[in-house]
Design a protein around this ligand. Structure first.
Ligand code: PGA
Ligand code: ZN
Length: 423
């Protein structure tokens, strides 16, 4: 049975924020067809691959993606048509060659990633395998522990909280299904606590609450209280993972905690603050605690607290092997946030993960704040087997789609499914 690519086409669709994004369809000459949709970030790292937008103010405030769609239809499709869909590495390499830039600014990382993902899905279909088994092989059976973003501050909320994301992480759960239940119960307990205090329970882009809290500390205290109220033990059943997204409040060498009125802090003072928080709250992981330029600060932070918690680089590494290799050399962190669209092809994303594995580093497969109903990420997390996924809160269907797919995968694997804390 032939599994050659017969047709690749792209479509401009909307993401969860109502902004245009790219969906790509990959048809094979055996009649099978698959599609994939590309996510989009808001607090993006400076070194991310280029997300091509039209810049035509007459359409979607300049955010249209018709150029990227055209690049798929007119530039990429003719080159890939006729190739076996199973040749993922070669397909990604050909797109890189066709683009020819260091940051994918010619074709657009959104165009390239859409194709890369759709081809993988089509190949999995043709092989008669679920996507996680096609990408991860017969050994792919580890479900990820979810980091669930339930409370927001920073640029994602109009309140007195400087840090962007406060996540609950059910590290003591026996299965993915139980971890998800724990997250959902904590989410609902938190909603009740917030309402009881007269706070808003409206949710942000990733489904987390964004009430007008008084301080960063109050956010941690509320999550601890919600974990308890839901009947779980903080630190044992569920921990807290933070993504301060510190690039967004850094100015030069300083960190400006202006929302909480704590003033400017040095990199060392930020690390001292985190160190104090680790002692006070059940924090298991901190992502982007410092800004993307602060390599020296990251190194000092990892030396100071890297033996107690997971230190994750997101904006710092942008899923790029060049920056991850530097981080490994300089001991800047001990884990990497993995976002497919930061680098723009499936093959390069897998290379980034391989580098993490070789160094003994952790990695967290992550969504973006702008998502679609595509659940590719769930299969990808199981395929890569790193044991961690970050895909938002316990509401909003573009987030829940990934969780529901993970439930399906766990059920499909049955007793073969594995679930264990990555720490
Ligand atoms: P983004 O946010 O998708 O807007 O970049 C998520 C994050 O910072 O991890
Ligand atoms: Zn982040």
């Amino acid at each position: 049975m032939s599994t050659r690519i017969k047709k690749i086409t792209a479509l401009e669709i909307l993401d969860s924020r109502g902004n245009p994004t790219v969906r790509v369809f990959c048809g094979l000459d055996n009649g099978l067809c698959a599609s994939a949709s590309v996510p989009s970030g808001a607090s993006t790292g400076e070194n991310e691959a280029v997300e091509l937008r039209d810049g035509d103010a007459q359409r979607y405030q300049g955010k249209g993606v018709l150029k990227a769609v055209r690049n798929v239809n007119s530039c990429i499709a003719p080159v890939l048509t006729g190739l076996p869909a199973s040749q993922q590495a070669e397909i990604d390499r050909l797109m890189l060659e066709l683009d020819g830039t260091s940051n994918k600014s010619k074709l657009g990382a959104n165009a390239m990633l859409g194709v890369s993902m759709a081809v993988a899905r089509a190949a999995a279909l043709a092989a008669g395998l679920p996507l996680f088994a096609y990408l991860g092989g017969p050994g792919a059976r580890r479900l990820p522990v979810p980091m669930m973003n339930i409370l927001n501050g920073g640029k994602h909320a109009d309140n007195s909280v400087d840090f962007q994301e406060f996540m609950v992480m059910p590290i003591g759960a026996p299965s993915f299904a139980e971890a998800l239940r724990c997250g959902a119960e904590v989410f609902h307990a938190l909603k009740k606590l917030l309402a009881g205090k007269g706070y808003s329970t409206a949710v942000g882009d990733e489904g987390g609450f964004a009430p007008n809290l008084r301080s960063n500390d109050e956010a941690c205290e509320l999550i601890v209280a919600a974990i308890r109220a839901a009947g779980y033990e903080p630190g044992k059943d569920a921990g807290i993972a933070l993504d301060p997204a510190a690039s967004s409040f850094s100015h030069g060498q300083q960190y400006d905690l202006h929302k909480s009125k704590q003033g400017r802090k040095s990199s060392a003072e930020m690390t001292a603050l985190y160190s104090q928080w680790i002692a006070q709250y059940p924090i298991v992981s901190i992502e982007d605690g410092l800004a993307e330029h602060d390599w020296a600060g990251f190194q000092a932070q990892a030396a100071a607290i890297g033996d107690r918690i997971q230190i994750v680089g997101d904006d710092l590494f942008v899923t790029n092997t060049k920056f991850i290799a530097r981080g490994i050399r300089e001991k800047s962190a001990n884990a990497v946030l993995i976002k497919l669209n930061q680098i723009g092809t499936l093959s390069e994303t897998i290379q980034a993960i391989e580098l993490c594995r070789k160094a003994g580093w952790g990695f967290v497969i992550s969504h973006r704040s702008g998502e679609t109903e595509d659940d590719f990420l769930a299969d990808f997390a199981v395929a890569m087997g790193g044991g961690q996924i970050k895909t938002g809160s316990l509401c909003r269907s573009e987030r829940i789609a990934k969780y529901n797919r993970l439930l399906e995968i766990e059920a499909l694997l049955g007793p073969a499914a594995q679930f264990s804390s990555p720490f």
